[in-house]
Design a protein around this ligand. Structure first.
Ligand SMILES: NC(=O)c1ccc[n+]([C@@H]2O[C@H](COP(=O)([O-])OP(=O)(O)OC[C@H]3O[C@@H](n4cnc5c(N)ncnc54)[C@H](OP(=O)(O)O)[C@@H]3O)[C@@H](O)[C@H]2O)c1
Length: 294
């Protein structure tokens, strides 16, 4: 809320995926309170209605709309995009925020590994379909410092030829979010689209719903060789504080012309993995994603 303290978003339209809880819901509250028409998209309509009520409890005249979206189904993504075409002829902010983490192995209804399918491929298709409405838009990709856990295997993105590793699969999907930003900035530059990637911090949300105590210990061990990241695991932010960087990323003019950047703590961060910013790999992931999403 402090980030939008003196920001007026009247007349702007923002679409947020995964806005039923956690960081997406907090971002929706901030952007709607600043006057934007905020479209909350997620798969649980009751939870979306609860989020809408919660936002309106703080600002009764907040303008919000709800759209059903299940990123594990390309049919649902296409249906949501069709609804959004009517609801939002122009989109000023697209926040690709929804996500799952460390899920047991499973596949989406289109056969994609569930973390890549939800976190990247569903958003890839949604963003592609919304292109006509995105001229001049800021696209905010929720990545994570978890991208340091793994590059994406472009020869086996859907874990068809390897034993599944839920940590590496999350890392790969969050690397894909950064690569998506890089290639989106190249391909949609003529439309004035500007994509940025965000690490929100380590935030106490339901994202950790699939984590066991052992998983948390394993993560701390992985972070042990990096004092900064290890320390970060001890600092759990509230969703309101965690949402600050993505709300800043969506609204600040300070990032105009900044190109592909990785953000944390409301600032540009340099410690993004080189493999996540590689233009050649970004182009290849785009082509693979296009092929997979048909
Ligand atoms: N929390 C952290 O520490 C942290 C750190 C780094 C990055 N991030 C990133 O921040 C983003 C938001 O995470 P969060 O912490 O706010 O998690 P969260 O509280 O679990 O919220 C995730 C949101 O995504 C939605 N979602 C999940 N699967 C979906 C699907 N198939 N279709 C549509 N919506 C779906 C959830 O809806 P349901 O409730 O219906 O599943 C929920 O609204 C994620 O991309 C995550 O990777 C979070």
């Amino acid at each position: 809320m402090e980030v939008v303290d003196s920001v007026d978003l009247t007349g702007r339209t923002c679409v947020i995926t995964g806005a039923s809880t956690g960081l997406g819901r907090e971002s929706a509250r901030a952007l709607a309170t600043a006057g934007a028409h905020v479209i909350l998209a997620a798969r649980n309509m009751q939870a979306l209605q609860d989020a809408q009520q919660w936002i309106m409890a703080g600002r009764p005249d907040a303008r919000t709309s709800l759209v059903a979206l299940d990123l594990t189904s390309l049919a649902s993504v296409r249906a949501a995009a069709a609804v959004l075409a009517d609801l939002a002829p122009t989109i000023d902010v697209l926040m690709n925020n929804a996500g799952v983490m460390f899920t047991p192995f499973s596949r989406t209804s289109d056969g994609f590994e569930i973390q890549l399918g939800t976190n990247h491929l569903g958003h890839f298709e949604l963003t592609r379909l919304l292109r006509p409405q995105l001229a001049g838009a800021r696209v905010v990709m929720l990545s994570s410092d978890g991208h340091h856990m793994s590059d994406i295997d472009l020869d086996d993105p859907n874990w068809e030829r390897r034993d599944y590793d839920k940590f590496a699969a999350y890392g790969a999907s969050k690397t894909a979010n950064v690569l998506h930003m890089v290639e989106l900035n190249r391909r949609y530059a003529d439309d004035g689209v500007h994509a940025v990637a965000v690490h929100p911090g380590v935030v106490g949300t339901s994202l950790a719903r699939h984590m066991t105590r052992e998983d948390f210990g394993a993560l701390q061990a992985m972070a042990a060789d990096n004092r900064d990241r290890g320390a970060m695991l001890d600092t759990i932010l509230t969703p309101e504080r965690g949402a600050a960087t993505q709300v800043w990323a969506a609204t600040t003019a300070e990032l105009d012309g900044a190109g592909s950047v990785y953000l944390a703590d409301c600032a540009i961060r340099s410690d993004v993995a080189a493999y996540a910013m590689d233009g050649g790999r970004a182009a290849r992931l785009w082509e693979i994603s296009e092929t997979l999403s048909g």
